[in-house]
Design a protein around this ligand. Structure first.
Ligand code: BGC
Length: 471
């Protein structure tokens, strides 16, 4: 009998050399220490402290207590084979009021974290805005409704890159524009059985009109562009900058040139307020005509700032936006309804289609050809429990990761310039509207004792990272 070989499949499912195997988190979701060492309140502190906003009235006051346990967390990341870590800096920890005098103790925390990461051989990638806006900016200028917030964001970004830039070489300005703009400044009313309507939203929990919302989007992308300029002015030469956006991906159902062209048109149109304007420096005509053409108000100079050239584009990719097919009528594509029986992961929004890990970077390359792409988030929520033997068998997450990374590998093997993947999340944490009721981690956290236990998926990740391949 022929001797069996060890998974030769993994040898042909390899990623390019130097590919980063990262894990990701964000400040509000894991740090805790919400009012320690001079930190100011953020809009998420206020929102989560308001009864009824979050499942079970959970909040991030303690969360994973990462602020005090970051050494243990860095050790865990090293043990699961992560080569990179995407964390976010809490703006109100560094500038308690959003602007003015920095809080020394706040930036010192990130100093210590970065040193610990580098000592463990893990490359730090910092996100500057993962939604925890200083409450003072919300109260005094209306948050992202004002251009003053964009300006304050740039000042803060410049300061952080000046302080950490000798060690942190990669920055993501803003995480998921649509999530905090649409969710925080408009939200949606959802029917929940009978006639009961619930309003789903995010901090700061406002309900603006479509026209007002477009102005908020404009200030957010302007803040991104101003921050890119500030980081280039204050960080060392060679600092690499991009954004991390949850692109709305139109997935073609058939891989033919006409179907792919329809998906490109749809993807460009549906991302007009964020990714398209940041990568093209103009709003599409269709976008400007929406909401009666009343907004956004902007100048050519601002468009130039918004489209500052980037070193990479970060894509948070969990699910397909929708499916399309070509159409002879304008706009050249037609949406396809999603079948009621289409499979989902645990989160109600999480439509399952691993192919989106192929289409997202490929469509972005076709449309805008950025120098480099990172998958800045991908992962799934699951109902993980500890079994009697003390282990956590998250077989659904392993299935999800294998399938998604298989599709991402297909993209890299075709030459799409994806240079790294960040799994959401390094450990279970506070999951916004769901509180602690939906687990996304490679590491299980007991939220009573805060004890951490790596899951089955952590073993999968370690082996994949070690072999730089889908295993
Ligand atoms: C966000 C994370 C969030 C994850 C899972 C992304 O939208 O950036 O903060 O926890 O998805 O819902």
């Amino acid at each position: 009998m022929k001797p069996s070989t060890v998974n030769t499949g993994a040898e042909i499912r390899r990623f390019p050399d130097g590919f980063q195997w990262g894990v990701a988190t964000s400040s509000y979701q894991i740090e805790g220490a919400w009012d320690e060492d001079g930190k100011g309140p953020s809009i998420w502190d206020t929102y989560a402290h308001t009864p009824g906003n979050i499942h079970n009235d959970d909040n991030g006051d303690v969360a994973n207590d990462h602020y005090h346990r970051h050494h243990e967390d860095v050790d865990l990341m090293r043990d699961i084979g992560a080569t990179a870590y995407r964390f976010s800096v809490a703006w109100p920890r560094v500038f308690p009021d959003g602007a003015g005098a920095p809080n020394r103790a706040g930036i010192d925390f990130y100093d210590r974290l970065v040193d610990a990461l580098l000592a463990a051989g893990i490359e730090p990638y910092a996100t500057l805005y993962h939604w925890d806006l200083p409450q003072t900016l919300q109260d005094e200028v209306g948050g992202w409704q004002s251009k003053d917030t964009a300006k304050a964001f740039a000042d803060y970004a410049g300061y952080v890159s000046g302080r950490l830039g000798d060690r942190v070489k990669h920055y993501f300005t803003i995480n998921e524009f649509a999530s905090f703009v649409e969710g925080g400044y408009q939200g949606v009313d959802v029917k929940v059985g009978g006639d009961e309507i619930v309003h789903l939203g995010a901090a700061p929990g406002l309900r603006l009109s479509d026209s007002e919302l477009k102005q908020v989007r404009h200030h957010a992308v302007l803040g991104h562009g101003m921050a890119v300029q500030a980081i280039r002015a204050h960080g060392p030469a060679g600092t690499k900058i991009g954004f991390a956006d949850n692109i709305r991906v139109a997935v073609p159902t058939i891989d033919t040139p006409d179907h792919v062209a329809a998906a490109e048109r749809a993807t460009r149109a549906r991302n007009a307020g964020f990714m398209t304007v940041m990568l093209e420096g103009r709003y599409t005509d269709e976008y400007l005509a929406e909401a009666g053409g009343r907004s956004p108000v902007f100048t050519d100079e601002e468009l130039g700032i918004i489209a500052e050239p980037l070193d990479f584009v970060g894509l948070n990719v969990y699910k397909p936006g929708w499916y399309v097919e070509p159409s002879d009528e304008a706009p050249g594509y037609r949406d396809i309804p999603i079948n009621a029986s289409h499979p989902r992961m645990q989160s109600s929004w999480h439509l399952l289609d691993p192919e989106v890990l192929y289409w997202a970077p490929r469509l972005v390359q076709n449309l805008w050809n950025p120098p480099s792409i990172y998958i800045t988030e991908n992962g799934c929520g699951a109902s993980d429990v500890m079994a009697h033997d003390g282990r956590i068998y998250d077989s659904d997450r392993v299935m999800f990761l294998r399938a998604c990374l298989g599709q991402l590998q297909r993209a890299t093997s075709e030459g799409v310039p994806v240079h790294g993947y960040f799994l959401w999340s390094a450990q279970d944490n506070f999951e916004w509207m769901d509180g602690y009721g939906n687990r996304f981690g490679l590491v299980y956290v007991d939220f009573d004792t805060l004890e951490r236990t790596p899951k089955l998926s952590a073993s999968w990740f370690r082996e994949a990272a070690r072999r730089n391949a889908v295993v």
